[in-house]
Design a protein around this ligand. Structure first.
Ligand code: TRP
Length: 339
């Protein structure tokens, strides 16, 4: 019999639609993993985790669960190959989070670099008093990974401390209750973070500098026209510096190598105006997004199909989660009424 493939798990918080930064940062890697057939891929929409800092805004989370699944399907995540499910539909995860919460100290959670950075940014949400739920979300994430027996987790660099924390919890669990759980491994995606249209190091919804996978042609055209170019270039025939221009930066992602070379050379020689350059870029981004929009429309028009995909994914995941919980409860001597 063919050996069982290792399970891969990854996911997103449904707090907004996904943009091209997500595409180059993580979605592209997930597609490649799906197509390679090397792992058994699972993707979760982390609604419970999204609520840890959006608890007073349940409509936002609900709405974005739908947006995120449409984003996944539109870029080619194939439910026949990848299991997609909603985190809250697997209540075993919540139960496991409680068990794990004994295995991690408050000091350790406060030291988690990812949580630390996020907390600094979130002072305006929580003020000085941080919720127990937010501080503990890495524990919840450890439960996400282990409840499905996740072996590999493809993540960006910012998520590495969360995987490390999960590994620590697993080791602690196994040392106290006996070898039960698998220690997951992170696969670091080699793509780097995509800058925003305004030149900001990060593309993000809160920064208002993102191109969304679901943007219309008009929206893309308008956004590209507002992209930051070389500030030293005032007149069309001034010599430009593509290395400081966001339009050139995006040409590198969406245009052919020949086009990039031509665009940069003409810019440096002052032969190419920024408007023409932006128009060409917008056209290439729209060419890239056209099949994605088409697929999105297909699924948007078939809500019952999308619901079925999620239901099937959830059912399949639930079976695995129940199996894991049986093992965990046995190890923790919580297997009452079982022989
Ligand atoms: N923390 C991840 C994010 O912010 C989302 C997430 C939740 C996740 N559970 C996970 C990622 C399990 C990988 C594995 O995007």
């Amino acid at each position: 019999m063919e050996a069982k493939k290792k399970r891969m798990l990854t996911g997103d918080r449904p707090t907004g639609r996904l943009h091209i930064g997500h595409y180059f940062g993580s979605l592209k890697t997930r597609l490649a993993i799906q197509e390679s057939g090397e792992y058994d891929p699972y993707i979760l929409i982390a609604d419970v985790q999204a609520l840890t800092d959006n608890f007073s805004n349940p409509e936002k989370v609900r709405k974005n669960v739908r947006e995120v699944i449409l984003d996944y399907l539109s870029i080619g995540i194939d439910p026949k190959k990848t299991t997609i499910y909603i985190q809250s539909m697997i209540p075993e995860t919540a139960e496991l989070t409680v068990f794990y919460s004994n295995l991690v100290t408050i000091a350790r959670l406060e030291r988690n670099p990812t949580v630390k950075t996020e907390l600094a940014q979130k002072r305006e949400v929580f003020g000085e008093s941080v919720t127990y739920g937010f501080l503990g979300y890495p524990v919840n994430q450890a439960a996400d990974i282990t409840v499905v027996d996740g072996a590999v987790v493809p993540v960006g660099e910012d998520q590495l401390p969360l995987i490390e924390q999960c590994r620590e919890i697993v080791r602690k669990f196994n040392s106290i209750y006996g070898e039960t759980l698998r220690e997951p491994e992170a696969i670091l995606s080699n793509t780097k973070r995509i800058k925003g249209l305004d030149g900001n190091e990060k593309m993000g919804k809160s920064l208002g500098n993102a191109i969304y996978l679901a943007d219309t042609e008009e929206e893309v055209n308008k956004k590209v026209m507002s992209a930051v170019t070389d500030p030293a270039r005032i007149k069309k025939d001034d010599q430009g510096h593509p290395d400081v221009c966001m339009v050139a930066y995006y040409h590198n992602l969406f245009s052919t190598p020949e086009e990039v070379q031509c665009v940069c050379e003409e810019c440096k020689e002052g032969k190419r105006g920024c408007v023409a350059c932006k128009k060409q870029l917008a056209k290439n981004i729209n060419t890239f997004l056209a099949p994605i929009r088409e697929k999105r429309k297909y699924y948007e028009e078939r809500p019952e199909l999308v619901e079925n995909i999620l239901k099937e994914g959830t059912e399949k995941t639930k079976k695995t989660a129940e199996e894991t919980m049986r093992k965990i409860k046995k190890a923790m001597k919580l297997n009452y009424f079982e022989n």
